[in-house]
Design a protein around this ligand. Structure first.
Ligand SMILES: Nc1ncnc2c1ncn2[C@@H]1O[C@H](COP(=O)(O)OP(=O)(O)OP(=O)(O)O)[C@@H](O)[C@H]1O
Ligand SMILES: [Mg+2]
Length: 105
């Protein structure tokens, strides 16, 4: 999961930008965040980025467009969630959660 999100952050952030990884533990779940100061994702594309083979017109051919769909499938099989927050030109924050070990049956 982290490899996937960090690779994207590095790929879509120009030299001189910043990529930050953080994690916050809660009672029921742990939330990971990979944020970057890159080109950002316009709001109308935020749902589509998790579709298989989807790539923004401007970023096409920098991969296959499968990374995030695989990441979403993996995280959902582990009872977690994944989502992104972004403004075009303002960077992107990807979050994913996993259940805390103490919350598992
Ligand atoms: N951190 C990011 N900043 C800006 N755009 C992003 C970011 N992460 C993903 N995207 C957009 O979402 C698209 C889909 O991402 P995804 O990881 O699924 O595919 P990819 O990186 O293009 O190819 P692959 O992961 O298969 O090598 C990207 O092509 C890009 O347009
Ligand atoms: Mg990718």
């Amino acid at each position: 999961m982290l490899d996937n999100l960090i690779s994207n952050a590095l790929k879509f952030t120009a030299a001189g930008g910043k990529v930050t990884v953080s994690v916050e533990g809660g009672d029921k779940s742990v939330t990971f965040c990979v944020s970057d100061t890159g080109e950002g994702i316009p709001p109308q594309n935020l749902e589509k980025i998790f579709d298989r083979f989807w790539q923004a017109e401007l970023t096409r051919r920098l991969g296959t467009g499968l990374g995030l769909s695989v990441a979403k499938a993996i995280i959902e099989q582990h009872k977690g969630r994944i989502w992104a927050e972004s403004e075009a030109g303002e960077g992107t924050r990807f979050y994913f959660t996993l259940p805390s070990i103490t919350a598992l049956p």
